[in-house]
Design a binder for this molecule. Structure first.
Ligand SMILES: Nc1ncnc2c1ncn2[C@@H]1O[C@H](COP(=O)(O)OP(=O)(O)O)[C@@H](O)[C@H]1O
Ligand SMILES: [Mg+2]
Length: 258
């Protein structure tokens, strides 16, 4: 029984017609780790995340989080259980400001409801007090991720690299215990990539969260990960310490061939 595991995926399988995108995948992640998933394009990495947070329903297998099975719970309940994520293609509200997007990330924690809090008129009301707490949390994230200059700008006005950081902030605003990052460095220039490494490490220290990260950039993965899982054709190639995995002959073959 996987009760001792913080997070575990067991025999996870997802088929799209004749294609098996995930093929009996099994692995565990310990609390506090930065655990990375690598593999060539089409290996099944994003499908794995989509099965974890129930955007897709797996055909077989189970997902466990903090000793409870969460397979197939609806995405909102997965988020409420403490699993947050960012997407390979950024998903933000383009016509809202950075601050507003981050406040939306907190809606899981709002008792008075998002619109109750947003439209409150009485400064001394409970909604006002509650909103202040949420704003403080969001301001802390804005400081941490150095988003002050983007705070009141519409997301549509921000450069791509900054939007990636805003999305990271939005996911953090929900106070996840486990954060799923799908290719956070994709499309970033070298300076932005270095900043991102710094932030991911900072986030772990500040908030003590466990991170599951899909990443194409091998150097980044090797630098920041505690453990790495390499997959291809939806199956595990190997799992272990960064140096072992990155230099594993089957992993090198998969990357050269892919
Ligand atoms: N919604 C879908 N419908 C059909 N095929 C899909 C769908 N999502 C992913 N796939 C296929 O599953 C395989 C794995 O895709 P994906 O998980 O996105 O790979 P990765 O993120 O590792 O690049 C690919 O062959 C992809 O075309
Ligand atoms: Mg992907």
């Amino acid at each position: 029984m996987p009760e001792n595991d913080f997070f575990r995926v067991e025999g996870l399988t997802k088929r799209f017609g004749g294609l098996t995108a995930l093929d009996k995948l099994t692995f565990s992640v310990e609390k506090g780790m930065l655990f990375s998933i690598i593999g060539p394009n089409g290996a099944g990495k994003s499908t794995l995340f989509n099965c974890i947070n129930s955007l897709y329903r797996p055909d077989e297998g189970k997902v466990w989080f903090r000793g409870k099975e969460i397979t197939g719970l609806n995405p909102h309940r997965i988020a409420a259980a403490g699993i947050g994520r960012t997407f390979q293609n950024i998903e933000l509200f383009a016509n809202m400001t950075t601050m507003e997007n981050l406040m939306l990330g907190r809606h899981l924690h709002m008792k008075t409801g998002l619109f109750g809090a947003a439209m409150m008129f009485h400064r001394r009301s409970r909604a006002a007090r509650e909103e202040m707490v949420h704003r403080e949390r969001v301001e802390r994230i804005i400081d941490l991720l150095e988003l002050q200059a983007s705070r009141d700008k519409f997301v549509s006005q921000l450069p791509y690299g900054t939007r990636k950081v805003v999305e990271l902030g939005r996911a953090l605003a929900a106070e996840p215990e486990l954060l799923l990052l799908d290719e956070p460095a994709a499309g970033l220039n070298n300076e932005e990539k270095e900043d991102l490494i710094f932030w991911i490490q900072d986030i772990r220290r500040e908030f003590g969260i466990t991170i599951l990260m899909i990443e194409h950039n091998m150097q980044l993965v090797q630098d920041v990960s505690d453990r790495i899982l390499a997959i291809n054709f939806g199956k595990m190639i190997t799992e272990g310490e960064p140096d072992e995995v990155v230099n594993h002959p089957e992993v090198m073959k998969a990357y050269l061939g892919g």
